[in-house]
Structure formats: C-alpha cells, structure tokens
Design a protein around this ligand. Structure first.
Ligand code: URA
Ligand code: SF4
Length: 217
C-alpha cells in the first residue's frame, strides 16, 4: 500500500476531541492495519507543557491512552522527581499507531521503531495537536519525536540542555513560540544497562526540571 500521509485525514478543526476521534479513521500509512486503535494525545486543552514520545506501546495500544505502560510509569516517576505533576501536562506521541513484531502465543508484542516515512506520514496529527494545545514548553522525548519536529539530521545528544524552537507550522497563525527541550526517551532508560540506568534516569529528571523552569521564565 502506498503511504499517503495523514494530512487528508486531519479535519480543519483544532478541537482536540474531534481530532482524536478522526485519528481513528486515519489510513495515512500502513500502521493502522495491525494496531488496535490510534492512541491520540491526552491532557487538558490549555496545557502549558506538552511531552512528545515516539509511539504507543503494547499497553497503550490496548487501553488507548499514551504512556500508561512501563515507560509511562518511569516517566511519571521522573516528572514527580522534577516537581511536575502529570495531570496538567499534555502527553502525546510522534506516531499514533503501535508498530510491533507479532508476539508468540502468550507473550507481549515487541515494539518496532517507526520508519522515517511513517513518522513523516503521522506528523500532521502532531502539528494539529500542537496548534490546538499551544503549549508554552514542549519536551521532545527521544530521537523519533525530535526528528519529527526538528528534522531528520537533528542529533539529540548535541542539543540537550538547550532551549530550541519549532517550525512555524506547529503553532496557529499569530500564536506564541513554544520553548523546546530535548531529552532521552523513558524507554531508553529502561533498556540501558543497570549501572547506567540510574544516571540516565537522573539526566531525564534534570532535563524535565529544566523544562519546568522555562514555564516560569
Ligand atoms: N512509549 C512512547 O513513546 N509512548 C507511549 O505512549 C508509550 C511508550
Ligand atoms: Fe495515520 Fe499516523 Fe496511524 Fe499512520 S500511524 S495510520 S499516519 S495515525
């Protein structure tokens, strides 16, 4: 099947509930075929902070909510240590359908990294969400989210600790510019060797704290 991209499926409205409902019918790339549902972002309409991950995982695909599985628990812990309650934060992903290797009987389906084509195909949903929420601060969790919004050549490790800005189409005409911070993806903390895990968790917390400070700046 050819990959057409999500643009033709995104309604004109910037009402989040309408966008979320419309994402269920998206056929912008092949990922809808095997996933259970599109997992749209979640959080309050006027959220001042938006966090962008990669794609839903096994648990998220079943429940239809972002960041509720193991990576989400780790993210909650990191947010908590950074002094940022999760409830006022808008959480979403660069890609809305779960890409996976089919599981053997009784095992969990294994996450597969989305291709550049799939990330680009799904980008119109992320742009629409950003225009709807108009966050003041955006945290890009990991390379997939960072490359979706900042370009394929973007190197995350070279830009941690910086305040970046986004392309103009991520905000409504005349809207304010969001401040952008990049950090590691919580799944990469979970996957790392155990000695490195604490250090990489600490660096996630400190990047989130830095992002939190930008809210008040
Ligand atoms: N990883 C992500 O990037 N997003 C989720 O929603 C869950 C795991
Ligand atoms: Fe559409 Fe994105 Fe799902 Fe592909 S992953 S079908 S572009 S919502």
């Amino acid at each position: 099947m050819t990959i057409v991209g999500a643009a033709d499926f995104v309604p004109q409205t910037r009402e989040l509930s309408t966008l979320a409902a419309a994402a269920q019918s998206c056929r912008g790339c092949d990922l809808f075929e095997n996933a259970s549902r599109a997992v749209f972002g979640s959080g309050p309409v006027g959220a001042r902070m938006m966090l962008v991950g990669e794609q839903p995982g096994d648990r998220e695909d079943v429940a239809g909510e972002p960041f509720i599985g193991p990576a989400g628990r780790l993210l909650d812990k990191a947010l908590n240590e950074a002094g940022l309650p999760r409830a006022p934060v808008y959480l979403t992903n660069a890609v809305k359908h779960f890409k996976f290797v089919p599981a053997e009987r009784g095992t969990r389906r294994i996450h597969k990294t989305p291709s550049r084509t799939e990330v680009v195909a799904c980008r119109p949903w992320l742009i629409a969400e950003m225009q709807a929420v108009e966050p003041a601060v955006v945290v890009l969790l990991g390379a997939t989210a960072a490359k979706s919004l900042l370009g394929n050549a973007f190197r995350l490790t070279a830009h941690r600790g910086e305040v970046l800005s986004l392309p103009a189409e991520t905000k409504p005409a005349g809207g304010r510019d969001a401040k952008v911070v990049v950090t590691v993806h919580p799944s990469s903390v979970l996957r790392g060797p155990s000695q490195a895990r604490e250090e990489s968790f600490r660096s996630l917390v400190s990047d989130l704290r830095f992002a939190g400070e930008l809210l008040d700046a």
